[in-house]
Ligand binder design. Structure first.
Ligand SMILES: [Zn+2]
Ligand SMILES: [Zn+2]
Length: 113
């Protein structure tokens, strides 16, 4: 193994490092972008909109009284266009104050200046 020179050994080392860097690059990149995002104050939950769709009314702004889970399945059958609100008693959503959106809990916690 006299043919192996110092530069070749160095090259092997660099090659190994490059290989490691190549393997780790996507992870490092993702890590950096994630940390950059957080350092920039961008929210993962709402995409920095500071508002998310209300989970209670699903962004509609009103909820139907007595509605159970899966009620939306029956909407197409029982709710006629234009008469839907009259047919079913819907009340303004108290969670989002009928806005259909609520303040992002993550953002409101962080309170970006
Ligand atoms: Zn709501
Ligand atoms: Zn947010």
């Amino acid at each position: 193994m006299d043919n192996i020179t110092a530069s070749e050994i160095a090259g092997l080392g660099v090659g190994t490092l490059l290989l490691c860097a190549t393997i780790a690059a996507p992870k490092v990149d993702a890590f950096i972008s994630a940390s950059q995002r957080s350092s920039l104050g961008m929210c993962k939950r709402c995409g920095d909109l500071r508002m998310i769709a209300c989970s209670q009314c699903k962004g509609v702004g009103s909820v139907r009284q007595g509605a159970a889970l899966g009620f939306s399945m029956f909407d197409d059958f029982f709710q006629l266009p234009g008469e839907g609100r009259a047919a079913t008693s819907s009340t303004p959503c108290n969670k989002c104050e009928a806005k259909g959106r609520i303040q992002c809990p993550v953002c409101s916690e962080r309170r970006i200046p």
